[in-house]
Design a protein around this ligand. Sequence first.
Ligand code: PSU
Ligand code: MN
Length: 305
Amino acid sequence: MPPLSFSPEIEAARRDRLPIVALESTIITHGMPWPQNYDMARQVEADIRAAGAVPATIAVMGGSIQIGLTDVHLRDLAQARDVMKLSRADLAVALATGRIGATTVAATMICAALAGIEVFATGGIGGVHRGAETSFDISADLQELAQTPVTVVAAGAKAILDLPKTLEVLETYGVPVIAFGQDALPAFWSRDSGLTAPLRLDHAHDIAASHRMRRALGLPGGQLVANPIPQADEIPAATLAPLIAQAIAEAEAQGIAAKSVTPFLLARIFELTEGASLDANLALVRNNARLGAEIAIALARPALA
Ligand code: PSU
Ligand code: MN
């Protein structure tokens, strides 16, 4: 039996069969600074409740996978130091040794699936890093999407990644990449990456229907829904490009590698944009949470026909 532990709110939601949306915790511990990380986590949970679903932030604590964090847990996690960043490879070690761990997209998908949660909202997923042809840095998030049946709502991937290569890998793995409400693949802080998304859907109920259809077909894996940042919150790609290039150059010069690359780049970009990127990040996570709630609600309804 996997060591799952449910918050009282999630315990009740499971009993009453309410729609639940999973949320990751690496965005809290490694993706944003204190105290904005805590405020973001609370706000996003409130958005999901306001939309009629129940938020389940997931983390590893005390040898258990916590599904749903109480306010005390959330506050502790948001300020904790030496939190492990958990992907598929690290999850069992962290649990077996009682470490505190934050779940990435990959680990959150695994934990959500174990808890029977089918929808997960976040900011951005990991992907193929620029220069992956020499570094081999490809996020485990992509393989997880290929094997774990959770629909993940993100705002596309950051320009710190190589987006064309990320799309190629997802295609190879058989992961549907679905732009929501537009043809273009969104690029996190910008609505348009300049690439056309492989698939487009305009309604949450269609995303829920295709989630169900994958299950009916016996296909493993999930779906990636790329939801564009609201227009009012967008930062033009041209404004960010030189700052991203600078952050990547600094990471290389300092020999940042493996798990540290993404957190380093995120933190540097926040500093270089003097917080503007953090405001945009909050807006897009909230937007993804609302869509995640709609999809979870559509999934909770019995399928029509
Ligand atoms: N991209 C973001 N924000 C994030 C992350 C990625 O825009 O917070 C986090 C997510 O938890 C994601 C992880 O699963 O980083 C990917 O890390 P890596 O590139 O080391 O696989
Ligand atoms: Mn990596």
